[in-house]
Structure formats: structure tokens, C-alpha cells
Design a protein around this ligand. Sequence first.
Ligand SMILES: [Cu+2]
Length: 477
Amino acid sequence: MTKLTRRDFLATAAVAALAPAAMSRVGRAEEAPIVLRAESRTIEVDGKAATMLHIGRSDGVSGITIEAGRRFRVNLENHLGEPTLVHWHGLMPPYQQDGVPDVSQPALEPGGVYAYDFPLDAPGTHWMHSHVGFQEQRLMAAPLIVRDPAEAGLDEQEVVVMLHDFTFRDPDEILAELRAGEAHDEMAMEKPAGDMPAGGMMAGGMKMDLNDVEFDAYLANDRTLADPEVVGVEPGGRVRLRIINAAASTNFFLGLGGLEGELIAVDGLPVAPVRGRRFPIAIAQRLDIRLALPAGQGAYPVFAHREGDTARTGILLATPKARIARIAGHAEHKAPVVGLDLERRLAAVHPLDARPVERTHVIDLTGAMVGYKWGLNGVAYADHQPLELRQGERVEIAFRNKTMMAHPMHMHGVPFQVVEIDGERFAGAMRDTVHVPPKGGRVTVAFDAVNPGTWVMHCHNLYHMAAGMMTTLSYVG
Ligand SMILES: [Cu+2]
């Protein structure tokens, strides 16, 4: 049994009243598997209905909240009229249960059920999403929260916020337009990108390609700021934000309004705390942020600002008697461009052991807006050769971005540690997705090949991945 603190109870009750579909809840100690349904649903965005996809439990709740130390025992049912498959982003399953079509297992046909069963060792803020076509852009994603049993007694309210970029259009059409699109500047640029001023201009005035898809809205727990989720909090209460960037193609800055927070984990893996009011979050990444709310009544927005743009989304934390004002969907100023300033300051609480590197793969991130062809080392996924490695090896992957766009690089199987940025070695965060800035950005990650199988590594910008920016790495036991 999971004990609920008073704040847990208050939070659950308040949130259930306000937004029943957007929250997860504590998994009970059931022996039976959790049933997850891939299904369609209708949501309303800016007063207009849209048929989207969903990964939900039979009670309509999105995703799963579960305790570390249990088994991940899930039956995935396909209630869609098309094949699907769900990747457990951040978990370390055996590769046959990793949810990548034709790499882990065949896609799940309509009406079918797949059973998943593997140990859940580590806590963390993770998520689940379809790895089939553009289903993720059609909102087929949900939180996957693995709670730390050691934190069960904390007097702290958990607030999960899942971010999306939203379009009423057919994503296949968007990709076709990108492929037919006009040429962009392709000037070479020596200086790597940091946290740059807004507008996509870098030092020297040269252009980079930012936000190549125009979206209709940005969602936080499926809602816009015109009608945001309002989470009940207590005056002076403690909150743990679990922010998940489930956008297909958008990096954000997570802003805490006037409040200062403490970043305690990235991609579900703990880091030495970093205090701040604004934190970058690239596509597919997660942020765990602790907040101590002021005493007295108040409403506290948690914003996600699209990089290089004024557009924003978010939720509101509000005490029972707080006055809630309308919040504009656009900020007065553009958010900056996501870079690696924060990344350089991060240090894992549980880093890799010190040992010699046994194998290094240099991966050039390649492609161009012209023709919208993306790849790794100049090769699209259709023509890829698996990267070679051996079980047990310490491996480093050196990403070198030869393109005009940033790429959030994600590897399946095991997390990695960021160990080098632009030639400078350091012992950074453990992660599963790292932002590699455009025009010569260089990031090296290290990992131990301890989860044998065939795994994909890809750019998590869904349009780049669909255009070929993916490869596999393969090692056997
Ligand atoms: Cu990319």
C-alpha cells in the first residue's frame, strides 16, 4: 500500500476535480498487469475539436505512475484502426520490449495485445510514446513516473506537466512540405552555439534554422493558456515539478515566473542541485524541479516558452483563495535559443565509474533543410549499418553537428553521461537525450554497453527522424 500524505491527498482531490484526464496516479500493489489502451480521443484546442491519439488506462488516466523496485508489468492493447507500438522512454527493458517497430518487435496490429514484464530498478521522470510514424505528433504520449520508495514520506506535492506542440494538420503533409521547401542559408560557421539571443541570429549575424514547423498551439497537459490546468497547492507548500517535453519538434525554456526552483534531475536521473528561475528543456528531455511556495495565498504560473519565440504554454499552481488572472499565450519578449550553458553546469549524482574508454564512435549529424534529408554520417536510416560494439565495453559517442539545426540525440538501452562539450572534458549529467547545437556543436557521451541487444539511436525531432536521422547499435551477450 502506498501511504498518502495530506498534501498528496489534497493535490489528488484538487486535480481530479479540475483535470481528470491529465494526471497519473499511484499504482497499487496489483499482481495483475496494468492495462494500457492505445486509443483515439477528441480534444478541444482553442475552441476547435481535434481527433488525437492517447495512451490511457481503462479509467481514462494517461500513462502510469509506479514505484521503483516493482516489475513493469503492462498489457498494451491496440484499440486504434492502425498498427502502433509504444516505447518506454527512459526505462531499460530487454531490447525485445523496447517498443521500436521491426527492431524490438513487429508493430502491434489493430485489436492486438502485447505483454511487457521486466524489473524497474531506478526511479525517475520518464514517459511513453508511440515509435510508429507520426503518432507521437498526434499526441500519442503519456507520463511514465517511477517514484522512489525512499521519498514516499516527503511532504511534497508532485505535479506532472507534459508539453506538446500541436497541429490540426496531417503531419505527413507537413513533412511533404518541408521536403518541397525552399533553400535556407548554408553558410559555414566556426563558433559553436551557446545560449543565444532570440531570433535565431548568432554572433556575426548569421542565420540558423530554428523551429522549422509552424504549430497551431502549445499544450501543457493537453491545454493552452487560454484554459490552463489549475493545480491546487497549499500556501508555503513544497512542490516537485516533473516536466516532460513530449513535443515533436519544439525546444522550450521552462520558466517559474518570479519563483526560484531547484533542478534536481534531468531525464529522470539525479544531478547536483542547480537553482534558477528558467531552465532549457530540449525535445524528449525531462526536468525535475523542487519549489518552495511563498506563504500566503497566490497563483504561480509554470511556463514553457518556445525557444526563439514569444509563444508559450503552461499550468497554474494556485492556493485555495488565490485570485486567478487570465494569462496571455504570448510573452512580451522572445525566449532565447536553447544552448548548452546549463548542460556545462550539470553533474550526475551517480556518474559512471572511472574506467578506460574501449571504443569511440564519431557520429556526424548531417543533412540540410534543402530537400529535408537528414542522416547520421551522411547515411539515412534506410541505408544504415549498425554501429559495432561489444557487451561490457565502455563506449563513447562523439556527436558533431554539421548542420544548421539543433538535434536532440537520444539513445535507447542505457543512459549515457555527458563527458565533453566543444572539446572540453567534464563529468556531466547522466541522461538519455542530449541537445547538440547547430553549426559545429560537439557533444560526447559515454556509456557502458551492459544491456545487450539491438537499439536505436536517433534525433528526437520527429520530422528529422522520419527523414532518416536514425541508426542502430547492436551488441550481443
Ligand atoms: Cu534532428
